[in-house]
Design a protein around this ligand. Structure first.
Ligand code: NAP
Length: 243
């Protein structure tokens, strides 16, 4: 990164870059001048996302739950400057005593392990001035009813940040912790329920709205561009954790 924060001539990999927060992060990185590779499982989604992002973007179809596939992908990445991980693998939601323990295990399988695999193999490719930024989630630091499984996963990921920031230094490692954000992840629930949930959350949030993917992407870019930020978990939740 240059002193003015421009990323021109630098490379970035965005895991989960075909949708939602990852897609918006890829767009922000491209705007800052980086060459970006977006990673996801579905070729169709990757091709569609790359078409919207325009030139300067490459795609890689990799399931980061598959360690050998992820290792092979990262071994082929030359000069990795910035790694952003923003994949969503589904979660067992519901009151704690009603979610089977197996559901919590599956939530770890869907997010924790793919993140850890991408972090492990991606870290080995990071340049000396490189950065790693994880998208975690407010459930790690605030009470989010029915999201205890995700709270456990996000808390586990955030627990790694400080140690990695020291072990990998001078490379920088941060997390951005979003509150409710309007992404394709929520398109799987019926419109009426989703709209009600959005309206209730907006009413309960100090800034009076829920997040947009661009809000979180701007926080990701801030972690990348500010060369003095490391070991940080940056809340990006409109103040919801405060009330
Ligand atoms: N949206 C929110 O309200 C919110 C709030 C707090 C935290 N977060 C966190 O933010 C992150 C991104 O969420 P989002 O809402 O942007 O989700 P999203 O729109 O559903 O995007 C998820 C992305 O991850 C990719 N992906 C999923 N599993 C993968 C795997 N095993 N390997 C590689 N790519 C994989 C998906 O593509 P394929 O399906 O094609 O693989 C897609 O590109 C998640 O970790 C989520 O927990 C979201």
């Amino acid at each position: 990164m240059t002193v003015d924060g421009t990323l021109s001539g630098q490379t970035a990999v965005v895991v989960g870059g075909s949708s939602g927060i990852g897609f918006a992060s890829a767009r922000a990185l491209l705007s800052a001048g980086a060459a970006v590779t977006i990673v996801g499982r579905s070729d169709e989604r990757l091709t569609k996302a790359a078409g919207s992002l325009g030139s300067g973007v490459a795609t890689a179809s990799v399931d980061c739950a598959d360690e050998s596939a992820a290792a092979t992908f990262f071994e082929g990445v030359q000069n990795l400057d910035h790694l952003v991980i923003s994949l969503a693998g589904g979660a067992a939601l519901g009151p704690f005593t009603e979610v089977p323990v197996q559901g919590v295990r599956e939530t770890f399988d869907g997010k924790f392990w793919p993140y850890l695999i991408a972090m492990h193999h991606g870290a080995k490719r990071l340049s000396d001035t490189g950065t790693m930024t994880l998208v975690t989630g407010a459930s790690a630091i605030a009470a989010v009813p029915s999201a205890s499984s995700l709270g456990a996963v996000n808390g586990a990921l955030e627990g790694v940040i400080k140690t990695l920031a020291v072990e990998l230094a001078p490379r920088r490692v941060n997390a951005v912790s979003p509150g409710l954000t309007d992404t394709e992840a929520w398109s799987r629930i019926p419109d009426e329920i989703r709209e009600g949930m959005y309206a209730q959350s907006a009413a309960d949030t100090p800034v009076g709205r829920i997040g947009q993917p661009e809000d979180v992407a701007n926080a990701v870019l801030a972690c990348i561009q500010n060369g003095f930020l490391t070991g940080l978990v940056l809340p990006c939740d409109g103040g919801k954790r405060l009330v």
